[in-house]
Design a protein around this ligand. Structure first.
Ligand SMILES: Cc1cc2nc3c(=O)[nH]c(=O)nc-3n(C[C@H](O)[C@H](O)[C@H](O)COP(=O)(O)O)c2cc1C
Ligand code: SF4
Length: 482
């Protein structure tokens, strides 16, 4: 992952753990209304893909165990990982694109309810993503994948396709780069990646026609499975975030202007709402800042937030960065990963940072956006995440009105019981995240995500292990100190 050049090493802020009485009086452990549901406390485990679904996208025992373990910490809400809304193969990523997925998802809901004693509300993140291919070997790209055009014929002085390809193959990279279009060069150097602006492709042109129904059907399945609600994934590198981005130059009414960029996200929301009714919780996750050149800023996010709130979204969960645009070049045979560049750093910042550091890095943007939403007369709860790992940090975010709900991904992975330990006055027993992103590196390699702080502890005793048998897949149980 990209690291800020300053490379200043930060240490997690002091926990300042509360006694049980202080926790009971705190804002963090007070209830909050999120549209039609109430959370018992303002703690939230945001979506995290653990790579535990079957190749067909089904819920497996490791998926059930993963969410059961978070539920044992009894947070106010858990958001199940980004789950694909289409009925297309997508490797071991969870899917909800057909009714056959409902029984598995219903088992997941049951396990979370049982493990949390009904204290935790359960949402599922609904995602659509476009096609991305692995970086091709140079020769294969030039011999097979590249579509030969007049530009290549002119540059090589050849007419026959085979001769053009042979001439391109002989060029050094500097020359080749001037001959290929920027997009062709990107397909060679990074792997081909579809964009929402590829409106010459019928399936991309038709996204506004198909996505509202796909999201609506997926939300209906989530409701049938017993979830409390859905989080529409409008963040990071995926389709809906790309519609919102200023880089969306579509000229069909679904891009270019702020209104145009917002149109599909609002249409999707309305279709979902119409399908599931008002008693089901529907919110979204979107970017407070894209953190790429020419990308969306807090000013854009204010407009989105106000529009989503006015449309009736139950919550607005904010994230930052996580884009393909500045991803590192993958190795040949591997696909680009959207969390490897600067924007990736902003999404999951590590302890090696700039002067600002990784802890609560997204809070200033959240504060600005929340204030603008309140100014517009909406009381929609705002969820913030990013390096939040201590009681005083969480409590002061709420006290200062910077957000309404505090989300922690990596700290919850490091210690799924951490919210419960805080609530019970057992903060001293919390296993604290080191923010060095061992977990994220596993995610990048599409390997089962675990935490370095517990995955080698008592491995033999754990029923569920990584394929090589060397890592446990579930955090060890918490035995409270006497
Ligand atoms: C392994 C891993 C997988 C993630 N998967 C998702 C995801 O599916 N959807 C999403 O919106 N964010 C995802 N995230 C981002 C987190 O939800 C969160 O925004 C980010 O880690 C920053 O919060 P933190 O500092 O509390 O970890 C993932 C993060 C990690 C570490
Ligand atoms: S591996 Fe564990 S300690 Fe390291 S960043 Fe991830 S959750 Fe935190």
């Amino acid at each position: 992952m990209w690291t800020p050049p300053e490379k200043i090493r930060h240490t997690p802020p002091p926990g300042d753990w509360p006694t049980a009485e202080e926790a009971a009086r705190s804002r963090l452990f007070s209830p909050v209304r999120v549209g039609p549901v109430e959370l018992r406390e303002r703690t939230w485990v945001p979506a995290m893909v653990p790579w535990r679904a079957s190749e067909e996208g089904d819920v497996t025992e490791p998926v059930l165990a993963w969410y059961e373990r978070f539920a044992q910490g009894e947070p106010g809400a858990i958001v199940v990982e980004a789950t694909g809304i289409r009925d297309v193969p997508s490797g071991p990523l969870l899917r909800i694109g057909h009714d056959r997925f409902v029984p598995g998802l219903a088992r997941l809901v049951e396990r979370v309810r049982a493990a949390s004693g009904g204290r935790t509300r359960l949402l599922i993140q609904l995602i659509d993503f476009l096609r991305i291919r692995r970086r091709p070997p140079r020769d294969r790209f030039l011999e097979r994948f590249l579509e030969i055009t007049d530009r290549h014929r002119e540059a090589t002085g050849e007419v026959e396709e085979a001769a053009v390809r042979a001439a391109l193959l002989r060029m050094d990279d500097d020359t080749l780069r001037t001959v290929l279009s920027p997009r062709e060069w990107e397909s060679l150097a990074m792997g081909y990646r579809e964009r929402v602006t590829d409106t010459h492709l019928p399936h991309i042109r038709d996204l506004p026609k198909v996505l509202p129904d796909l999201f609506a059907a997926a939300a209906r399945r989530a409701k049938d499975a017993g979830f409390d609600g859905v989080e529409l994934h409008y963040a990071h590198a995926y389709t809906m975030a790309s519609f919102l981005s200023p880089t969306n130059t579509r000229d069909d009414g679904y891009g270019t202007t702020l209104e145009g960029r917002l149109r599909l996200p609002l249409e999707v929301f309305r279709a979902v709402r119409a399908e599931v009714g008002d008693a089901f919780c529907v919110g979204c996750r979107f970017l407070a800042e894209e953190c790429i050149e020419g990308g969306g800023t807090v000013e854009d996010a204010i407009v989105y937030a106000r529009s989503f709130a006015a449309a009736g979204m139950a919550f607005l969960s904010l994230s930052r960065g996580g884009k393909f645009d500045d991803a590192k070049q993958p190795k040949v045979g591997e696909a680009a990963y959207p969390y490897t560049g600067r924007s990736g750093y902003e999404c999951m910042p590590t302890v090696r940072s700039d002067a600002r550091g990784p802890f609560g890095r997204a809070v200033p943007a959240a504060r600005t956006i929340r204030a603008a939403v309140r100014e517009a007369g909406h009381d929609t709860p705002i969820v913030v995440a990013g390096g939040i790992c201590s009681f005083s940090q969480a409590e002061s975010i709420l006290a200062r009105g910077e957000a309404d709900i505090v989300a922690a991904a990596r700290q919850s992975l490091a210690d799924p019981d951490w919210f419960k330990k805080m609530r019970l006055g057992r903060g001293a027993e919390i296993r604290r995240c080191q923010y060095t992103n061992y977990c994220e590196a596993l995610d990048q390699k599409h390997k089962a995500v675990t935490c370095q702080l517990w995955d080698r502890i008592d491995v033999e005793a754990c029923r569920l292990r990584s394929p090589d048998g060397r890592r446990r897949l579930v955090a060890p149980p918490w035995t409270p100190a006497p």
